[in-house]
Design a protein around this ligand. Structure first.
Ligand code: PFF
Length: 475
């Protein structure tokens, strides 16, 4: 009864609740099912798939990481995405409002969700700046230089260059968000994103034919169970949340704009297949290239965030200088575009949080978000140059931001979401929402996962991961 009341109240206040939620607002009730899938997939696909997934897979054992990731996507990913979209559609609100509407005492889960985009946005923009730098290198005919060993490290450790590209990336995102011209960006993304997908698959196929790539394909696709470690599990779980935009309120907001006649279960399958497929091909592009062009030593595979930037220029260079220059420019332009669309949706989310909490006008909230992103991004940026001496548990500052959001905050939010859905509002509430238009085929699986398997596994992974980093529990 109380819940019903809350929900009808929430409907009355729908406009108020949605203030500032510009990203989904522009879809204003997705007109088609495919419209929803494309919008949600557009948020999910970004640097996480093309930059982050390949370097984690390379670092954490190749095939065994891929296998762990796929198992997580089919279990935790499926269950959480279903739950978040259903919560959003049922309440018609974004994270804070949605949790509050279902149970006032649990609005704090929504607040925790909101912290994630605030943490990700600054360092996402640092990487966006790196992509900008590589685009500039290829466009200005310096692709050959970009393909040389040491280029990447020289770039990130220089004091001013990454700063300029980071500043440019954040500023472009800010201007688009401030002027509210995301519609144009979104229209272009319907054309550009499929091209990026085709290009990624094309480059992956080409790389696989280069002599020496075979060892990389084997490393990436064949799970070697001796390489399995608890770190593979931590990395795969954090990557799942990051890549599918889960445990950060994004899918709740998208769900709030989904029509009641759209099928949640099949939409989730489509988003998952799309997101995982792109990550899979990005890995097939980057990892075999690391073997074919750099030998695939453990140091190269374990280099972390720089992997894509070191591996891909060598691939383009192998096309010859003209074709390589054109392909490199084209490819990095598309990756930059994908990074920008994700950054826009991240900034929109942060702006709406600032509006809600600080009760600022949209314009002021945009400026505060812009300034905050610049300030918070600087430590990540300088962590590779003037502050490179500062590390925690061997992590650079950027890795630390990444760790706090992906390995601590998101698992906490995911765990709380499972407990909330499983025990506080009861999983039947979500099941009813999904069954509004047809049977929920994986209902029993969902029920068992959300109540028992997911919360227990996530809690264990979370605790071991944190203890491990602080050296309390060495693995
Ligand atoms: N899921 C995106 C990626 O894989 O790059 C990251 C992201 C984009 C997270 C947009 C959140 C968001 F709002």
């Amino acid at each position: 009864m109380e819940e019903k009341e809350n929900l009808s109240r929430s409907a009355e206040n729908a406009d108020e609740a949605r203030v500032g939620e510009e990203t989904p607002k522009k879809h204003s009730g997705f007109t088609s099912k495919i419209g929803f899938v494309l919008a949600a997939a557009g948020s999910a696909v970004g640097l996480g798939n093309i930059w982050r997934f390949p370097y984690l897979a390379a670092q954490y054992g190749g095939g065994i990481f891929l296998l762990t990731y796929i198992v997580f996507a089919l279990t935790f990913g499926f269950v959480l995405m279903i739950a978040e979209i259903a919560i959003g559609r049922k309440t018609g609100k974004s994270a804070v409002g949605a949790f509050r509407a279902l149970n006032k005492k649990f609005a704090f889960i929504g607040i925790l969700c909101s912290l994630v985009p605030i943490l990700i946005m600054p360092y996402y923009s640092v990487i966006g700046g790196w992509v900008g730098k590589y685009l500039a290198a290829f466009v200005s005919g310096n692709g050959a230089a970009a393909a040389t060993d040491g280029y990447f490290n020289a770039f990130i450790s220089s004091s001013w260059q990454p700063l300029v590209f980071f500043f440019a990336f954040v500023t472009v995102t800010f201007v688009i968000v401030l002027l509210g011209v995301e519609k144009g960006v979104e229209k272009s993304s319907k054309i550009l994103m499929p091209i990026l997908v085709v290009l990624t698959i094309g480059v992956a196929i080409y790389v696989m034919t280069v002599p020496g790539a075979g060892a990389g394909i084997k490393y990436y696709l064949l799970p070697d169970f001796r390489k399995f470690s608890i770190k593979t599990v931590f990395a795969a779980l954090g990557q799942l949340f990051y890549s599918m935009s889960l445990a950060m309120g994004i899918m709740i907001t998208y769900g709030s704009y989904m029509k009641k006649d759209a099928k949640i279960e099949s939409s989730v399958h489509q988003i998952e297949i799309f997101d995982t497929g792109i990550a899979l091909f990005a890995g097939l592009m980057v990892i075999p290239a690391t073997f074919a062009f750099s030998g695939g030593s453990p140091e190269q595979l374990g280099q972390g965030p720089g992997l894509m930037f070191v591996a891909l220029p060598k691939v383009f260079e192998s096309f010859g200088s003209v074709a390589g220059g054109v392909m490199g420019s084209f490819f990095f332009a598309l990756v930059l575009f994908a990074a920008l669309t994700s950054a826009i949706s991240l900034m929109e989310t942060v702006v709406s949080i600032v509006i809600d909490f600080a009760k600022l006008s949209r314009r002021k909230a945009c400026v505060v978000t812009y300034a905050g992103t610049l300030v918070l991004g600087l430590p990540s940026l300088f962590g590779f140059s003037i502050w490179s001496g500062f590390t925690v548990g061997g992590m650079t500052i950027l890795d630390m931001f990444d760790f706090i959001s992906n390995s601590v905050l998101m698992p906490v939010v995911a765990l709380l979401t499972c407990v909330f859905v499983g025990y506080i509002v009861n999983s039947q509430t979500v099941i009813d929402e999904i069954e509004l238009n047809g049977p929920f085929r994986k209902k029993r699986f969902f029920n068992v996962m959300i109540k028992y398997v997911c919360p227990i596994c996530i809690a264990v992974i979370l605790i071991t991961s944190v203890l491990n980093v602080f050296g309390i529990f060495k693995l």
